[in-house]
Design a binder for this molecule. Structure first.
Ligand code: COD
Length: 305
């Protein structure tokens, strides 16, 4: 059972050939620190794309040696993203990472029809949390890409996340589809979708996981709470993956866990032609390092288009 994000390191073989990672808009202190650290640990081989003067200046202040890294100069963060995405598209790089550039700019480039990283599947955000008050790592999706997913999109988001968890060795992750309550309320759309997803899983329309919903957050993560409410569920209290009703709920949960619960988090975009490290600009160096580690593990088993 995975209880710490640092355990992801054990999933990288000793004979692992470091994955090539391109950092788009490299003029970002936390990202640079994380990339150098991951390179030193032979998890990745970095390529930097960005403002050379700012990046080198920053590296000097941080006392980081980036002289051996391949560097591609660009005039703006948007140009950096375009160059980096094209490199991944052309198959020259295994992993893409966001540096000092807006999330929407990055996502739009990734979705570009000519040179982007589309696969025909829905792309979605996957976050993996280490929370001191929970007995194992817990995944949360989608907190950063799909704004208000419909049922079909929720199925795709769920399948993307389950694929990552299966890839990490969790054969049948327990998935809680969240609502505000655990009973179906016809006025609450999230509870209707949750019940449908749960039934689709029972009928083998959604595979490789156990889905239950609607579950409210308390009974998804606490046995006592579920017991108190007399909820019979194979998932309640032992959830591996929380499926969010929409981006607002997801984003607030993500930030509450990080800022209030001081949780550690690794996050990425999945469903694309390569793993994408996409953390928030305010995320710590540790979060960026953990996300690189997660992407490197996922890249190991990633099937190219
Ligand atoms: N997967 C695959 N294709 C997609 C996806 C997806 N998740 N989203 C859109 N597309 C395709 C559409 O099918 C269409 O072909 C094209 O991309 C454009 O679609 P639009 O018009 O819906 O897309 P945009 O460019 O207006 O917006 C796409 C974003 C991902 C940028 C948008 O959904 C967005 O802003 N998401 C939230 C990002 C954000 O601000 N996160 C911050 C959290 S920290």
């Amino acid at each position: 059972m995975l209880t710490k994000l640092s355990q992801l390191r054990e999933l990288i073989d000793h004979d692992h050939k470091p994955k090539k990672l391109v950092l788009a808009a490299s003029e970002d202190a936390h990202s640079l620190n994380a990339v150098v650290n991951a390179a030193e640990q032979k998890i990745i081989r970095p390529v930097l794309v960005g403002d050379k003067e700012k990046t080198y200046g920053m590296a000097e202040i941080l006392n980081l040696d980036i002289s051996k890294f391949e560097f591609i100069e660009s005039k703006s963060p948007v140009e950096s993203v375009t160059i980096a995405v094209k490199m991944v598209h052309d198959g020259n790089v295994d992993v893409l990472m966001k540096g000092k550039v807006g999330t929407s700019d990055m996502l739009r480039s990734i979705l570009n029809k000519e040179y982007g990283l589309r696969t025909g599947k829905l792309l979605s955000h996957f976050a993996y949390f280490e929370v001191e008050t929970y007995h194992k790592l817990i995944a949360v999706t989608d907190v950063a890409m799909n704004i208000a997913p419909n049922l079909e999109e929720k199925i795709a988001i769920l399948n993307n996340a389950v694929q990552v968890l299966n890839n990490l060795g969790i054969e049948k992750p327990k998935v809680a589809v969240l609502g505000a309550v655990e009973k179906v309320n016809t006025d609450m759309n999230a509870t209707l979708d949750a019940a449908l997803l749960s039934k689709m899983n029972q009928r083998d329309q959604i595979l490789n996981c156990i889905v239950d919903g609607p579950l409210a957050f308390d009974n998804a993560v606490s046995f006592e709470s579920a017991k108190h409410k007399e909820i019979k569920s194979d998932v309640a209290g032992d959830t591996d993956l929380l499926l969010m009703p929409d981006i607002e709920v997801g984003n607030v949960l993500y930030k509450s866990l990080v800022f209030f619960a001081k949780a550690r988090v690794a996050s990425m975009i999945v469903g694309a032609s390569a793993p994408i490290v996409l953390t928030s600009r305010s995320d710590s160096e540790q979060a960026k390092f953990d996300s690189i580690l997660l992407a490197a593990v996922v890249a190991k088993n990633h099937k190219k288009r």
